[in-house]
Design a protein around this ligand. Structure first.
Ligand code: ZN
Length: 603
């Protein structure tokens, strides 16, 4: 093997989760937190208006964040790669306690910023280093202006554990004990977990299997729905109360602010999607025809298309690595060189073995200014695509590593820019390299799964969530009404092209129950289209684009998205045309899919 498929944990902290070095690090962070607490407590800007003290505080804050990040990432990495490591949870508990200490201090810090007069604040920001991070500092201070008294915020944080966070936890617990019965050909009934059932329901090649599981699925959610209706009402009721207490005028203000975008941009994006759906509805129709159906059911939208028994091409890990490096080079030398470096330096854990958690992610080791990638590589084109996706994330962090860390915190909606971009490069290359039309069709189908998720499924989620918040702010919304709102949203988003809908989708979709941020859905569509829009710009003028692309990525943590797009792409996000350019790219895949499937059908 040219590229090792396991990552190197020893070079981070030797000795695994029982590492002495790790314990030393945790101790040193603890000491730093105490020092930070004292610094903060004693800091009175009126008495000591010096830039130096303020910078000391910022530096301490950063040092703590890095130490905590380095330790928690390491423990998470070890836990995910070796799920039987029981000690990981113990150490993680230790680290989480420190995180919550820091969390409490962050309110104190923000309050201190708010207490500085506007005039003094402007003077402070005249300092060269502080000016550089003024966007983020202003953002923190403005956010702080919404806060209630320190005492009140402390109580809210405490109550949150048994409120917002608890509702979210309750959801997870209820889902973990749910099962969905599945009867196989021999009449034997197996109880599937929610995760297992979902995989088969959407991905099984047999439409009868998908249909059977979907019917049982809807029944199971119906049975538990009264619990989930309570949960979603209280979770979002809690949120609405808190938003009001913080002086917010509506339920979209917080998620928009968090994503550093305006309502006009969100409206322009959804309006572009709503007005350009036809190709994707044609795609659904074509799939229905291929499956010999009149219309697709909800459960058929993502079903695989395998026309003859075409064996999909499989890659070894080395081949996948070479493929990614080579095709990244067709875009730009820097991305390609970076990928090669990451793969050679054992930043990637990809081995297919038991005892690893499922899924993939990219995480960062802030003290090394490096990323690490977790995934399981089993040889499919989708795995190569995951590898490219995660390397895209790692590249995003890498190009930002020399800028002040406060300017590196990008929001969710731009977080997927570099990963989607990398995935697009590799996805297109994989389709181009397909050995025959049937393989090409199957690859295009998987690629379009993404587009239909972004334009149809997530659109439905947004329409539902928006309507739900409207009604929830006036009172409790019944299960029956939740179902109605959901089916309405699905019919609108899918142009009424499906033969059946999923009324209880509001309880089966875990995203509606996440407590960290409200509206967990639209940032995905934003990120996907933002990235495709950049890709469209690249196709217009490929020469020298890599440097422009890097310059854009470097600014993702320190600008409003409208300014970012204006500065680097010369486009106005509040207008539909930028969004439409991205949608057109995805629509081209539909054209090719329909063309190829017609040819194969007529053979
Ligand atoms: Zn990602």
């Amino acid at each position: 093997m040219k590229y090792a498929d396991t990552w190197d944990l020893e070079s981070i902290f030797p000795g695994g989760t029982k590492s002495e070095e790790l314990q030393k690090k945790i101790k040193s962070v603890e000491t730093d937190i105490q020092a930070y607490q004292t610094l903060l407590r004693d800091w009175d800007f009126q008495e000591d208006p010096s830039v130096t003290t303020f910078k000391n505080i910022l530096n301490k804050r950063e040092k703590i964040a890095k130490g905590l990040g380095q330790s928690s990432t390491f423990v998470q990495m070890t836990h995910d790669a070796y799920m039987d490591d029981e000690h990981a949870n113990v150490v993680m508990g230790q680290i989480m306690d420190l995180f919550s200490e820091v969390q409490k201090l962050s309110t104190t810090f923000t309050k201190k910023l708010v207490n500085i007069s506007d005039e003094d604040w402007q003077k402070l920001l005249n300092d060269k280093e502080l000016k550089e991070i003024s966007f983020t500092l202003n953002e923190m201070r403005d956010e702080g202006k919404r806060l209630l008294s320190e005492e009140e915020e402390k109580i809210i944080a405490e109550l949150n554990k048994d409120g917002l966070a608890a509702w979210s936890r309750l959801y997870d617990t209820a889902v973990s004990i749910m099962t969905i019965p599945y009867k196989d050909e021999d009449g034997k009934v197996t109880e599937l977990s929610v995760g297992q059932a979902m995989n088969r329901m959407y991905a099984d090649p047999d439409p009868q299997v998908r249909k059977q599981i979907f019917e049982e699925w809807e029944l199971a959610w119906t049975k538990y729905a009264p619990i989930f209706a309570d949960t979603i009402n209280h979770l979002d009721g809690y949120r609405i109360t808190l938003q009001k207490a913080h002086g917010r005028k509506d339920h979209l203000e917080e998620p928009l602010e968090y994503n550093r975008m305006s309502k006009e941009t969100l409206d322009a994006m959804w309006s572009a999607v709503a007005n350009n759906k036809q190709p994707f509805l044609d795609f659904l129709n074509q799939k229905a025809t291929l499956f010999g159906m009149d219309k697709l059911g909800w459960q058929d939208v993502d079903a695989p298309v395998t026309l003859e028994d075409a064996k999909p091409t499989r890659f070894t890990y080395d081949e996948a690595c070479e493929f990614v490096i080579t095709n990244f080079a067709s875009f730009g030398p820097k991305l390609s060189r970076f990928a090669k470096h990451a793969l050679e330096s054992r930043w990637v854990e990809a081995e297919d073995r038991p005892n690893k958690r499922p899924g993939g992610y990219c995480t960062s080791l802030p003290e090394f200014e490096e990323s690490r990638i977790f995934m399981t590589f089993s040889g499919t084109p989708a795995d190569t695509s995951t590898l490219a996706h995660e390397l895209g994330h790692a590249f995003h962090s890498d190009v930002m590593k020399d800028i002040p860390s406060l300017n590196r915190q990008y929001a969710m909606n731009v977080a997927e820019t570099a990963s989607t971009f990398a995935e697009t490069i590799i996805g297109n290359a994989t389709i181009k390299n397909a050995k025959n039309d049937t393989e090409k069709i199957s690859l295009l189908n998987s690629k379009l799964e993404n587009a239909t998720a972004m334009f149809l499924n997530i659109h439905a989620r947004f329409l539902f969530e928006n309507a739900f918040y409207e009604e929830r702010s006036k009172g409790i919304v019944s299960e029956k009404r939740l179902n109605e709102l959901m089916v309405q949203a699905q019919k609108e988003a899918y142009g009424d092209r499906l033969s059946c809908y999923h009324p209880h989708f509001w309880c089966s979709k875990l995203h509606f129950f996440i407590d960290d941020v409200p509206f967990y859905n639209f940032p995905y569509t934003f990120g996907y289209l933002f990235s495709l829009g950049i890709y469209a710009k690249y196709l217009e003028q490929p020469e020298g684009f890599e440097d422009k692309y890097i310059a854009l990525l470097r600014d993702t943590g320190s600008m409003k998205v409208e300014d970012l797009a204006e500065k680097h792409l010369g486009v106005d996000l509040t207008k539909r045309d930028f969004w439409e350019a991205g949608i057109q790219l995805a629509a081209k895949d539909v054209e090719e899919f329909i063309h190829l499937t017609n040819e194969v059908k007529n053979k």
